[in-house]
Design a protein around this ligand. Structure first.
Ligand code: 3H9
Length: 696
């Protein structure tokens, strides 16, 4: 091989005396792509014959071992050589092979490491079988070798949760034989380990599966099934791991591979792969050029309500000092308490040490009035959702903040440009729409106003990364991406009530589809008065020709605001969180139908699903055309991560892209018939085509 070709080859052999290092060099994450697999096979074949060698070490270039299979290859038929062949070659190699693991050894990377005769990792090594998060199970022996080290119950837990193990835990469970602190020591330690084996192979495949009580295994399987929510991969991962104890190794391996291949071609796996790449794409904004983020060392939050306190936690968790501001001492104390309650719960359940809790709380500085924010680099207002109130806060902050400080609003609907217009620094304003509970939900809609400067947007994206959120950029428009689509969807659901459905029919059909909750249960949980107020605010701007559902307003007029008032779409017994169907609500809905002269008819679950989904898809197309969202996959990410849309269906647009065109178009064409004049039809076909073309 010419010298420069060797330098760029994805697998190279580096000789050091009697030792050989097989180095995988396939940036950015050393995925085991076709060329890597072929290179590994060649390297192992060459080294197996080399009598002069006394040690073989498998390592990754850069700071990753192998992040797993190349996920981009999964949408097409897999090409030979495949990973099981590489793994068989390592096991059959007469000389011991030691894996030197820095960074991620995930999925196929973990499986390759488990095929080696020993494993040494750095303290930042990360091991695990995350395949179920991609809708598949391990396809190269992971479900057979892992239980031979950890026992069946732990292997079920790890492979169904897709949990990534830090080095210390991987060592405790036996996946790593040794951990070194400094990356510079890794090669040396792996080499010593290889030599200490003195030519002996230590194949995990030859180990017996540790004895374990049937009860422990059963309970691990039951726990895993609880989180399965209809996902085939979880059920299959359990089966495959259990096979380790009930079949010979080779037969169980063949069965694992067959399940892997079957699931790889499933719609669920395609959806999860699509979301994997969508997440990574979402943070890329094409016209940001080289804008450098501004440094953020000090954060201020105005408003210590549920939202403000939870946002504060996000920053405290990321190690940033936070000033939490309220108007009066009592509200401030309540806000601080909200933060304390969350940390105390984590500490009491053993998920955080008391010292760590104290460290985080020590970063929180309560304050009254805006003056304490004069040195803040970023201030987020999280006051009540009211334009005048928020404008006032923005105006006052403008007077206090230092030049260059960023002013963010947590508004979930309101016009950011109008808020920015209340300041003398509209280019320093941006929207940071957190989802409730903000310390738990990953989604962050970043709202880019007309005047938002490129470096302010770049800062917002960097902040999202710091606080480990999933950012999706939206332009200004009522409800941005998520709430706008949700509102269109909810409207159709409410219109179905007037036409013959009842709240429980709609909710149960959509839960059966896979949504975490139906729209009426959600409304009762979050409070119907919020939607009511929004409707009142928008009443004047409403298209008079559009059909407006009435039942919600009538409920609110009766003071039925949902769970907090014991009644909404459902009625709630004292302290109950699950509602019961309420004949009074049914009567109210029927009265509305009668007054409007609408003949009621029953709906099937499928009709409800199509109507609700078509509403989402149509609104998505409209807002994409307006530029509110940059790409269809951004919309899907928002619905999946903020609104309980099932990830294994990929989001509404992905889901629709996998249905027959005729079916989708028929559902879309039915919307204007049901909704009447004023209905706007989006160019859905264009975006579904875009998704189909993306090859997932
Ligand atoms: C599997 O292994 C099945 C097996 O059983 C085998 C059966 C035969 N493939 O996340 P980042 C790209 S299933 C292709 O931003 P980080 C990613 O798109 C696999 N590409 O970096 C991005 O590209 P771009 C099991 C991949 O530092 C760039 O790398 N493994 C893959 O925040 C950087 O990624 C997993 O599920 C891949 N496997 O995090 C692990 N991985 O720059 C998946 C990444 O063009 N990967 N890319 O947008 C991860 O969890 C994270 O990437 C990792 C690094 C923790 C490694």
């Amino acid at each position: 091989m010419p010298k420069d070709a060797a330098a760029t080859a994805p697998v190279r052999i580096e000789r050091e005396g009697k030792a050989a290092f097989v180095v995988i060099d396939n940036p950015p994450v050393n995925a085991s792509s076709l060329e890597v697999r072929a290179g590994l096979l060649d390297a192992i074949a060459a080294l197996a014959k080399d009598e002069t060698l006394d040690a073989i070490v498998l390592a990754g270039a850069g700071n990753t071992f192998i992040a797993g299979a190349d996920i981009r290859e999964f949408g097409k038929p897999l090409r030979d050589p495949q990973l099981p062949a590489v793994i068989a070659a390592i096991e059959q190699c007469p000389k011991p092979v030691v894996a030197a693991i820095r960074g991620a050894a995930l999925g196929g990377g973990c499986e390759l490491a488990l095929a080696c005769d020993a494993r040494v990792g750095t303290s930042d090594a990360l091991m695990g079988l995350p395949e179920v998060t991609l809708g598949i199970i391990p396809g190269a022996g992971g479900t057979q070798r892992l239980p031979r080290i950890t026992g069946i119950a732990t292997a079920i837990e790890l492979s169904t949760a897709g949990r990534r193990l830090p080095a210390a835990e991987a060592q405790r469970l036996g996946l790593l034989d040794e951990v070194v602190n400094a990356p510079a020591d890794l090669r040396g330690a792996a080499l010593r380990r290889a030599r200490s084996l003195a030519g002996r192979k230590r194949r995990i495949s030859e180990l017996p599966v540790p004895e374990q009580s049937a009860q422990a295994i059963e309970s691990a399987a039951e726990d895993a099934m609880k989180s399965a929510r209809g996902r085939a991969a979880i059920k299959e991962a359990i089966t495959a791991v259990r096979n380790a104890a009930r079949m010979p190794f080779a037969a169980a391996l063949a069965e694992e591979r067959a399940i892997f291949q079957r699931l790889r071609e499933s719609e669920e796996a395609a959806a999860l792969r699509y979301l994997f790449f969508a997440e990574r794409q979402a943070a890329r904004v094409t016209d940001l050029a080289e804008a450098a983020p501004r440094p953020i060392a000090q954060v201020g939050i105005v408003g210590a309500g549920t939202m403000g306190a939870a946002i504060a936690i996000c920053f405290l968790d990321a190690g940033l000092p936070v000033r939490l501001i309220e108007r009066d001492a009592q509200s401030l104390e309540r806000g601080i308490d909200r933060v304390r309650v969350v940390y105390r719960r984590l500490s009491q359940s053993g998920r955080m040490t008391a010292e760590e809790m104290e460290r985080r709380l020590a970063r929180l500085a309560p304050g009254l009035g805006l003056d304490p924010l004069s040195q803040a680099d970023l201030v987020i207002e999280a006051v009540f959702e009211d334009m005048d109130l928020k404008k006032g806060v923005f105006r006052d902050l403008d007077g206090v903040l230092k030049p260059g400080a960023i002013l963010a609003s947590n508004t979930s609907y309101l016009d950011l440009d109008a808020l920015a217009g209340a300041t003398r620094r509209p280019s320093d304003c941006v929207g940071l729409h957190f989802f409730s509970p903000a310390n738990v939900m990953r989604l962050l809609e970043i709202v880019r106003g007309r005047a938002t400067a490129a470096d302010v947007l770049a800062t917002a994206l960097a902040v999202a990364k710091t606080i480990r959120k999933l950012p999706v950029v939206a332009r200004v428009g009522e409800g941005f991406i998520g709430n706008r689509i949700y509102s269109a969807y909810r409207t159709q659901c409410e219109l179905m009530l007037e036409e013959g459905a009842y709240p429980a029919d709609v909710d149960s059909a959509l839960v059966a589809f896979g949504l975490a909750m139906g729209p009426f249960a959600v409304g009762d949980l979050s409070g119907l008065d919020i939607a009511w107020r929004t409707r009142q605010r928008l009443a004047a701007a409403r298209d008079p020709k559009a059909r407006h559902p009435e039942a919600l307003d009538r409920l609110c007029e009766l003071g039925r605001f949902g769970q907090k008032t014991g009644a909404g779409w459902y009625r709630y017994r004292e302290g109950a969180r699950r509602g019961e169907s309420d004949p009074d609500v049914h009567a109210l809905i029927e009265k509305v139908s009668k007054e409007k002269g609408i003949a009621r008819h029953p709906f099937t679950a499928e009709q409800i699903q199509w109507r609700a989904l078509a509403a989402m898809v149509n609104e998505a197309a409209l807002l994409l055309a307006e530029g509110i969202a940059a790409r269809p996959s951004d919309v899907d990410l928002v619905l999946v991560n903020g609104y309980g849309f099932p990830a294994h269906k990929g989001g509404p647009l992905f889901w629709a892209s996998r249905r027959g065109r005729k079916e989708v178009l028929a559902a879309l064409d039915a919307l204007p018939r049901a909704t009447g004049d004023g209905f706007k039809r989006g160019n859905v076909e264009r975006y579904l085509e875009e998704i189909s073309q993306s090859g997932h």
